[in-house]
Design a protein around this ligand. Structure first.
Ligand code: 5RP
Length: 225
């Protein structure tokens, strides 16, 4: 699909999500281009809310639009978080972390009474694992951690910046992007095995978290499931 059509679909999903935001709420802001469509629509809506952000980019966009962004370390619970996804299956299992913010995104999602996922229709897959799985890894001992990760049977590589240097997350860690030769039958087992490896902070798998998914289409229509 053409880039401009995908952008229209993302905008439709982002705008739709604003209807679930009420004055007085604390809103978790996800990261990525679709989450940014939501943030822009939230700014335009003039809702009186406070926010917490999963990345510097999302915090900066919200602040520029006049939204008060709270320090996450002063906020024990969040009313609602709106975030994007890289892939989502019919059971709402997801892969996130294309932008490298999935650890913070998962912390916000799990502190929230509700998580709304906003995606364009190209993100819908029958089974997750067609794209890479980002795994956040501590720099300390990372060669040993990588060897254990790859012993689970799946290869990958460290994520790099465009200039070839190592990509470092906002938490100061590396990202290992794991590839699957075909979508795994039981991604939950892979997630559990990876979480047991010392040095692994978290994976980009999200299970049982999305209460509502808003799917945007290039014609501006949306579907909620
Ligand atoms: C960032 C994420 C994003 O939500 C995900 O990559 C989707 O991004 P986009 O809306 O730009 O396609 O998980 O860590």
């Amino acid at each position: 699909m053409m880039e401009a059509m995908i952008d229209d679909a993302k905008m439709a999903a982002g705008r739709k999500a604003v209807q679930f935001i009420k004055n007085g709420m604390i809103v978790g802001l996800g990261s990525g281009s679709t989450a940014e469509c939501f943030i822009q629509a939230l700014i335009d809506s003039d809702r009186k809310i406070q926010a917490v952000a999963s990345s510097r980019a999302s915090a900066d966009l919200a602040k520029r639009g006049g939204i008060e962004v709270l320090d996450i370390n002063t906020v024990p619970r969040i009313d609602i978080t709106v975030d994007g996804a890289d892939e989502i299956d019919p059971q709402n299992r997801m892969i996130k972390g294309g932008g490298g913010a999935h650890v913070r995104e998962k912390i916000l999602a799990s502190a929230s009474d509700e998580l709304i996922i906003v995606v364009d229709n190209t993100k819908l897959v029958p089974s997750i694992g067609t794209r890479k799985l980002p795994i956040e890894v501590m720099f300390y001992g990372s060669p040993a951690t990588r060897m254990k990760i790859e012993r689970t049977g799946h290869q990958g590589q460290w994520r790099l910046n465009p200039d070839g240097t190592l990509f470092i997350t906002e938490n100061g860690n590396l990202l290992f992007d794991m590839h699957f030769s075909s979508p795994p039958k039981a991604p939950e087992h892979i997630h559990d095995a990876l979480l047991h490896i010392p040095g692994v902070v978290d994976t980009g798998f999200f299970f049982n978290m999305a209460k509502r998914v808003i799917i945007g289409y290039p014609n501006g229509k949306t579907e909620i499931r």
